[in-house]
Design a protein around this ligand. Structure first.
Ligand code: FAD
Ligand code: FES
Length: 274
């Protein structure tokens, strides 16, 4: 389906943790309701460098009386995000979206286990909020494993604190919560969850997702992961974001993260090739 590019106006762009910014953008009220796990392609209006838009997960979405508010969490890692960090209130950005296929929402799982590393907190906080508002009843519970290098780089706590969920905070250096990688802490806890009553959702750096795939290999747990590949078009046209998936009869096959994902079932991905 063709998508329009929306011109958004920034009304907040603040550093909330080390090199990590929260940007709130006002958009026309016709912007479609995003699903958790979907993303937008964002470009700064009026500049030609960087030329290509950059993909960002939707962290929060709100309909106000006569406009929509979209929140993005981003880390400064290169040229594009550095320029973003310098934008002031009133600056304009071009937003294409919502794009991609978001998380499949399990209506039956009793345990909704979310695992986020670093900026993976952005899509998973949106998912946790959605599950808390729309899905969770007395019989299903949210467990949110949130990991970061240290307490200074930990993001997403503000949202988690307002949700009905069990939060497990992990830092690599032990400066907050449990000491260790978020995957290690989840691995220790896995026996608490019955595989047939659990859905796991994950997003984070590739090594974290690879490790999760290893931990879950041979188990009956169902797990959806959101992948973050470099993107050019964001809409399935350039094949720049292809990842290898497990094809039929051991043959290599490829899927586009932007159009076929970014959310995939973890056992679909050929992790050895990533
Ligand atoms: C679906 C999707 C959702 C994303 N959501 C978020 C988000 O919510 N918050 C956030 O901070 N980032 C997110 N990213 C990553 C974000 O798009 C990149 O960090 C951003 O494009 C970097 O732009 P840049 O111009 O600053 O960096 P560049 O100058 O283009 O690159 C700087 C460094 O970052 C690396 N890099 C660039 N793009 C990616 C990528 N997609 N994945 C991993 N490494 C990359 C490069 O290899 C290079 O080392 C998402 C990516 C995808 C595909
Ligand atoms: S970024 Fe162009 S096909 Fe995915």
């Amino acid at each position: 389906m063709a998508k329009n590019i929306y011109i958004g106006e920034i009304f907040k762009n603040e550093e909330i943790a080390q090199d990590c910014f929260l940007m709130s953008v006002a958009l026309h009220s016709t912007f479609a309701e995003p699903q958790p796990g979907q993303f937008v392609m964002l470009r700064i209006s009026g500049i030609s460098e960087p030329f290509l838009a950059r993909p960002f997960s939707i962290y929060s979405f709100q309909r106000e009386t006569d406009f929509c508010r979209i929140d993005l969490l981003y880390q400064v890692v290169g040229k594009g995000t550095q320029i973003l960090a310098g934008l002031i209130k009133g600056s304009q950005v071009e937003i294409l979206g919502p794009l991609g296929n978001g998380f499949e929402i399990s209506q039956s799982a009793r345990n909704l286990v979310l695992i986020a590393g670093g900026m993976g907190a952005a899509p998973l906080s949106f998912l946790a909020e959605y599950l808390d508002n729309k899905v969770c009843s007395g019989s299903s519970k949210i467990y949110f494993y949130l990991g970061a290098r240290n307490s200074e780089t930990l993001i997403g706590m503000d949202k988690i604190n307002n949700l009905t969920c069990t939060a497990v905070i992990c830092t690599d250096d032990g400066s907050l919560g449990e000491k260790g990688l978020v995957t290690q802490i989840l691995a220790q806890d896995l026996k608490k969850y019955a595989p047939d009553q659990t859905m796991i959702y994950a997003c984070g750096p590739k090594p974290m997702l690879k490790e999760l795939a290893k931990i879950l290999q041979g188990t009956k747990f169902k797990c959806q992961v959101s992948l973050e590949e470099r993107m050019a078009c964001g809409v399935g046209a350039c094949l720049g974001c292809a990842v290898e998936v497990k094809g039929k009869k051991g043959m290599a096959a490829y899927k586009r993260v932007c159009a076929d994902g970014p959310v995939f079932y973890i056992d679909e991905i050929a992790w050895k090739k990533i």
